[in-house]
Design a protein around this ligand. Structure first.
Ligand code: ADP
Ligand code: MG
Length: 585
């Protein structure tokens, strides 16, 4: 590896200007020496003989004239077995191990292997003479719940490589050479279980991209039924501070129907991240009964860590997601918050003295956000298996104003929008997703026409509610009042979900379908109620029964009892059924 060196010309926060002794290419990663410390940095702009370098660590103590060395590589992550259960920072430094070595205060220039050195039970899949391409599997190791595929490194040339030696089944260290391949020109490569991949380049070793047409079940009613997410799709959750973005993402990470969850805690306060780190290892995975961490990777870059590594952290996370997708797994990447990521871009762009765009964000903000979300996708791999990366990002616009560049740029590229509203979170209506302004382009678990019918009632109910605030209940007709009560019933029984109730916290598809059907029959009914007092007391009783229903085990005796009570109550007052809706029942 040809090393180029240079000399520091100037330091401005994480931005360092360097003059080289010889030519250098963009995206090279370099090390800057300050005393005996080595700080990692990346070239981001070149101008003649000088370049701007973003350094991923604190640069205090660095001065003009310090020596810089470049190692001719791009900012990369290590890929291999042992990634799961890890807690990394944005540059894939394993944080707990660092803490063990350095104590409470991180020292500068300490780099530990991202992938722990340990032995794995290797089973070869390829045979001598087999012809493999990058991304093809030559062996497997069991990693927790999964069969981790050991693949030909993605960064080798895309030509057929012939296996000339491969180790037998047995225990090998993760960095031991276990396979040797040669390309058609006879060039030899020794392979271990680990290789690196530049984070800013998407991994595209698949046969084709597929349409994200399968619902990603989150067990959150308002999402699965009204605002679905798809495997391989993208969605965003904007909302003001304290509206419940982080709690919603945690609920999703616990219950989502995926194999692996990657959490990118990006730029939020350290206290909140500590909560995740403490909470996660204690949670059990509802699917397997084992620790949730076994299928989780946490990338955490709090607001107190350098902005440059925050900028890198979402790319690190998505690269790990793509790596596991390459094994035919379904991966969910949750980024919290993409606004903090955008702010890191803004800060660096400012230091680079680039011409600022809207709200001082760089002019390329929109394309960076689009590039990031475009790395989601459901793909058919070359061996026919299907894998997916789903990306969900929170956006935290100041004051909850969605008319700002990050929210707007995100809305242009995502497939579903779950906007949290201050009004709903203040009223403790959780999850505080606003059902009226949010949307989704994906297929949910319930027939669209039925969902649309319910949504129309919500819209109408909200209009009537606005009107009632002006003219009062007296000025409202009985028919309108019934519609309003129906919309309140949908909201209370179906849209709100208590994340602290053991039963209500996660609702499987069958239960959602079953309970929505009964709700739909109520919505489709006209009732023989004479005045608003009767309407109110009828709906109060009905709502209470529905709410009780949410807290009992599906299909239990009690569940059936309450169902029978609801049935007799609403049928007792039913005058007719809306013919449009009847066709759908
Ligand atoms: P944000 O990330 O949007 O700033 P959080 O997700 O941290 O907000 O939520 C703030 C607070 O709101 C939480 O500490 C919790 O008390 C409350 N909260 C949010 N979502 C729920 C929920 N689903 N159920 C109950 N309380 C919630
Ligand atoms: Mg938060």
């Amino acid at each position: 590896m040809a090393n180029t060196s240079g000399r520091v010309l100037g330091v401005n926060g994480n931005m360092v200007t360097v003059e080289f002794d010889s030519a250098i290419s963009k995206n090279e990663v370099g090390f800057i020496h300050v005393g005996n410390d080595r700080l990692k940095g990346e070239v981001i702009r070149i101008n003649g003989n000088t370049a701007a370098l973003q350094v991923f660590e604190m640069t205090s103590g660095m001065s003009v004239g310090d020596r810089v060395e470049f190692t001719d590589e791009m900012l990369s992550v290590a890929l291999g077995p042992g990634l799961l259960q890890q807690i990394y920072d944005g540059l894939q430094n394993p944080l707990p191990q660092l803490a063990e070595q350095c104590g409470f205060f991180l020292q500068r220039g300490v780099y530990l292997d991202a992938i722990p050195s340990r032995a794995w039970d290797f089973t070869p899949v390829a045979k001598l003479g087999d012809s493999l391409r990058p991304g093809d599997t030559f062996g497997t190791v069991p990693e927790g719940l999964f069969t981790h595929q050991i693949m030909v490194p993605f960064n080798l040339a895309d030509v057929p490589w012939k296996v000339v030696s491969i180790k037998e089944k047995g225990q090998y260290n993760v960095r031991e050479i276990i396979c040797t391949v040669v390309d058609p020109k006879g060039r030899k490569e020794d392979l271990s279980m680990v290789f690196t991949w530049p984070v800013k380049k998407a991994i595209k070793l698949y046969a084709e991209r597929l349409r994200p047409d399968e619902t990603l079940v989150t067990k959150i009613r308002i999402i699965d039924t009204f605002l679905p997410v798809a495997k391989g799709g993208t969605y965003c959750t904007p909302g003001p501070f304290g509206a419940g973005k982080t709690v919603l993402q945690h609920m999703t990470s616990r219950n989502a129907d995926v194999d692996i969850v990657i959490i990118a805690a990006c730029g939020e306060r350290a206290g909140e991240v500590v909560e995740v780190l403490k909470e996660f290892p204690e949670l059990t995975d509802p699917k397997t009964g084992r620790s949730l961490m076994e299928r989780t990777i946490i990338i955490c870059n709090t607001s107190s860590m350098p902005v440059a590594s925050r900028e890198a952290s979402v790319y690190t996370a998505v690269t790990l997601a793509e790596y596991y997708r390459q094994m035919g797994l379904n991966v969910l990447l949750l980024a919290d918050s993409t606004s903090r990521w955008a702010q890191a871009m803004r800060e660096m762009s400012g230091r680079l003295e680039e011409i600022p765009g809207e709200e001082a964000f760089p002019a390329y903000l929109e394309s960076r956000i689009a590039e990031f979300y475009e790395r989601a996708g459901k793909v058919r791999l070359r061996d026919g298996r299907i894998g997916s990366v789903t990306i969900g990002g929170t956006v935290s616009p100041a004051g909850g104003n969605f008319e700002e560049p990050v929210t707007q740029a995100t809305l242009k590229v995502v497939g579903a929008f779950h906007g949290l509203s201050r009004e709903r979170s203040d009223a403790r209506k959780y999850p505080a997703i606003d059902p009226l302004s949010s949307w989704s382009k994906y297929q949910g678990i319930i027939r669209v026409e039925k969902v649309e019918y319910a949504r129309q009632i919500l819209f109408r109910g909200s209009e009537i509610n606005q009107m009632m605030k002006v003219v009062g209940e007296e000025g409202t007709s009985v028919a309108d009042y019934v519609t309003f009560q129906k919309s309140e019933l949908i909201d209370a029984f179906y849209l709100q979900q208590n994340s602290f109730d053991p039963v209500d916290a996660s609702v499987p598809i069958e239960r959602q379908r079953y309970t929505f059907d009964l709700l739909f029959k109520v919505l489709a009914s006209e009732f023989a109620l004479e005045d608003k007092r009767q309407v109110r007391s009828f709906f109060n009783n009905l709502r209470q029964l529905f709410l009780d229903w949410n807290n009992v085990e599906f299909d239990s005796e009690r569940f059936k009892q309450i169902e029978a009570q609801i049935d007799s109550l609403y049928k007792g007052k039913q005058a007719s059924v809306d013919p449009d809706a009847e066709k759908l029942i």
